[in-house]
Design a protein around this ligand. Structure first.
Ligand SMILES: *Cc1c(COP(=O)(O)O)cnc(C)c1O
Length: 432
């Protein structure tokens, strides 16, 4: 093949990304321990060490999700792969699915469910608000769905939908209950079993302190029953008597019936588990289980609160129903006269700090600032607030001098005892 001059030039340059502090809604900087795990050498797919790593990863994620579900594993691909796997495996064409939408990712659930052939019913609430259990139950009564699919924390609006009462409602109406916890897991309280969920999916690049590319998933025995009833084993590896379903799952890669056989005792060949991402996913969970889920949530609450107090101290206005804001990301209105995208560029170019823009109806109206995973720390909060003050001032906004850092420090003083413990748990560089 003839090499173009372009590729020869590129071939002489190793990847060397600039130092960035990622304080948007995700992805965030990975914990150095996760980066080290990801760079470990590869081993074979059925090496007993590899299958043991897979089993250990399952056990660790039971701790992260707070569940006894045997079917707890990781799907290879970003968070969206987990969503597709759950929905395509649970939904048969023609099934009714209810999707309450309170932000961008609710629209994504609707879109994926439609592509699975579902008859999708939606209810919507204004961005910046969430649903009451009564609203959701009324919609269930009206539409009689097989599945309720709802986002837990939607980063597009920074809000978290309360889920604790929905499981009982779903059980009473014989509805399967799925949620996407990508943005909220480990930063906000979550109890899979106690809240009666049937299927839950996540990702690594938010509060789990890893890169995107692996999607932890957990399925209740009820969900596993629905999925395995549709099992069809691939022709090339089928044995006599193996099931061939009349209603096979409409994706091969995301066929959780087959994926479960690969992760289970049978170790039936499916895809080749993405080894480096498995190392990563295992280390992300190990960090959290070691810290304790309650402590991890508290760390996000402390640093998230300090960020919120600092932004308010600068004179900025918060977006959305604050009673339901996620701990790990906050929306702030872009002050009048400030060019939102221009200010974000200055934050990036002058300070090496990334903050988030917004989608849809909120684009140009709010920024989204995250304090999550490895970046849920005191130094990152203070640095971001100090930089933001300068950028706002340069843009001509009236800000209280030192007001951001000052208010954050006061918040830390108020939260002192907890913050001290949580801060040390996230010390840069980490332990072994
Ligand atoms: C960030 C986020 C995702 C991300 O999906 P990817 O496929 O990893 O890009 C999914 N769902 C929610 C609710 C999110 O906030």
């Amino acid at each position: 093949m003839r090499q173009s001059p372009g590729s020869a030039t590129i071939a002489s340059q190793q990847i060397n990304p600039p130092a960035r502090l990622l304080m948007g809604p995700g992805p965030i900087n990975a914990d150095p321990r996760v980066l080290r795990a990801m760079s470990a050498q590869l081993i074979g797919q059925y090496d007993p060490v590899m299958t043991a790593y897979m089993n250990e990863t399952m056990a660790l994620y039971r701790g992260v999700f707070d569940t006894e579900n045997e079917a707890t594993l990781v799907v290879d691909g970003t968070s969206r792969a987990g969503i597709e796997a759950a929905l395509v495996s649970l939904i048969e064409p023609g099934d009714r699915v209810l999707v309450p939408i309170f932000g961008r990712f609710g629209h994504l659930l609707r879109e994926i469910a439609e592509r699975c052939g579902a008859e999708v019913h939606v209810i919507e609430t204004e961005w910046g608000t969430v649903f009451t259990p009564e609203q959701i139950e009324a919609a269930i009564t009206e539409t009689r769905p097989k599945l309720l699919a709802i986002v837990h924390g939607d980063t597009s609006t920074t809000l978290a939908q309360p889920l604790d009462e929905l499981g009982e409602i779903c059980r009473r109406h014989g509805v399967l209950f799925y949620t996407d916890v990508t943005a909220s897991l480990a930063g906000n309280e979550f109890h899979l079993d106690a809240w009666g969920l049937d299927a839950v999916t996540a990702g690594l690049q938010k509060c789990l302190a890893g890169p995107s590319g692996s999607a932890p998933i957990s399925l209740s025995p009820r969900a596993v029953e629905v999925i395995t009833a549709r099992k069809s084993i691939e022709a090339g590896i089928r044995s006599p008597g193996d099931p061939v379903s009349q209603s096979p799952i409409r994706s091969n890669y995301f066929d959780l019936a087959m994926v479960l056989d690969y992760w289970g005792e049978k170790r039936l060949n499916h895809h080749t588990e993405a080894t480096s991402m498995l190392y990563c996913a295992r280390e992300c969970a190990r960090l959290l289980v070691e810290e304790g889920m309650t402590n991890a949530v508290e760390r996000h609450r402390v640093h998230g609160t300090a960020m919120v107090e600092g932004l308010t101290g600068l004179g900025l206005v918060l977006f959305g129903d604050q009673a339901h804001r996620m701990n790990n990301v906050v929306g702030v209105e872009i002050p009048d006269g400030i060019d939102g995208d221009g200010a974000r560029s200055t934050m990036l170019n002058d300070f090496g700090i990334e903050i988030g823009t917004s989608f849809g109806p909120l684009h140009g109206r709010i920024w989204r600032i995250g304090t999550m995973g490895y970046n849920a720390r005191r130094d990152t909060v203070l640095t971001t607030l100090a930089a933001l003050e300068q950028v706002l001032r340069a843009g001509g906004a009236r800000v209280t001098p030192g007001g951001g850092v000052g208010a954050a420090l006061e918040a830390y003083a108020d939260l002192a005892t907890v913050a001290a413990g949580a801060g040390s748990a996230a010390s840069p560089g980490g332990g072994a």
